[in-house]
Design a protein around this ligand. Structure first.
Ligand code: NAD
Length: 295
């Protein structure tokens, strides 16, 4: 079995690391939050002292961090992975970050014969716990082949989309589709309530038709219960849509709908709801129409 490193033990990283331990891998872990390291050590991992230390002790290093600046810092910063990694090491970044930054980091690592794959995930905490995430990957084919088995202990699918950065381009596409779906659901359900119908019955009537979706089935029951516990936080979705806009501007593609939904989320953040689930987006529409969608 390969020696694995795992850096970033938050909502997603913790259950993903635990699934690798269950599969029998030796894991060295690190996080700036010491308590997260202790919890993983209790589950059978070894504690790393820094990202550099993890890199010195591993052949494949997985990172699951918030955004581009953290990944850049952990990989290329002081006491980072690049300082400790041997030639031939694979850095498997599973965070959702800017594809442009993935490409920049990979270029720096290549100077040290260290290979990088970007492999963001979709599915959230429940699928991270079950090991059934959908994983979208960018990078060299031979490196992907080397880590496929590892990925399939965390996800039920791992698709190599293309060159480095393609994983995060795919994730941005995923996040645009999810954000616009939640906005469409919110707009429609606020209308349904304002026009005097029962939102539960509207949901049941349409979910099997063309308007039905994974988003509708996942989010509508939570809205009806007024449960906006994350899940996926509004502040993380704002981060993804900002990365989508940066990338779109870099390649020359307007994102007229995504940019609007980004501002709806921004309004909720200003309203103190940044840490709520992105299903809470409906509250933006409810405020405009002065109704609440509930059972
Ligand atoms: P999180 O904030 O819960 O976890 C991030 C972890 O990284 C924290 O434990 C933090 O202490 C650690 N960290 C931050 N900076 C560090 C550093 N310099 N060195 C070491 N550790 C550091 O976030 P999360 O919800 O686990 O999300 C991680 C990534 O996965 C994000 O890019 C997010 O967009 C993506 N994602 C999240 C979900 C979800 O539902 N939560 C779903 C799909 C993808």
């Amino acid at each position: 079995m390969q020696e694995l490193g795992f850096i970033g033990l938050g909502i997603m990283g913790k259950p993903m690391a635990r699934n690798l331990l269950k599969a029998g891998y030796e894991l060295v872990v690190y996080d700036i939050n010491e308590q997260a390291i202790e919890e993983l050590v209790e589950s059978g991992a070894k504690a790393g002292r820094s990202s550099k230390d993890v890199a010195e002790r591993s052949e494949v290093i997985i990172t699951m961090l918030p955004n581009s600046p953290e990944v850049r810092d952990v990989v290329l910063g002081r006491d980072g992975i690049a300082e400790g990694a041997k030639p031939g090491t694979i850095v498997l970044d599973m965070s959702s970050i800017s594809p442009i930054v993935s490409q920049e980091i990979a270029k720096e690592l290549a100077k040290r014969q260290v290979i990088m794959l970007d492999a963001p995930v979709s599915g959230g905490e429940p699928k991270a716990i079950d090991g059934t995430l959908a994983i979208m990957v960018g990078g060299p084919e031979d490196a992907f082949a080397e880590v496929t088995e590892i990925l399939l202990h965390m996800g039920s699918s791992a698709v190599l989309v293309g060159e480095i950065g393609s994983g995060n381009v795919t994730k941005l596409a995923n996040q645009i589709i999810v954000a616009l779906n939640i906005a469409a659901m919110s707009e429609a359900m606020v209308l349904a309530v304002k026009a005097g119908t029962d939102p539960e019955k509207v949901f049941q009537a349409i979910r099997g038709g063309l308007a039905g979706s994974t988003v509708l089935d996942a989010k509508m029951p939570l809205v009806l219960e007024r449960n906006f516990e994350p899940g996926f936080r509004i502040e993380l979705h704002i981060k993804d849509l900002l990365n989508a806009l940066d990338t779109a501007h870099a390649v020359g593609t307007p994102l007229p709908l995504a940019s609007q939904v980004l501002e709806f989320m921004q309004a909720l953040k200003v309203d103190g709801k940044a840490k709520e689930d992105h299903g809470g987006l409906i509250q933006f529409y409810e405020k405009l129409a002065k109704v609440e969608v509930r059972r």
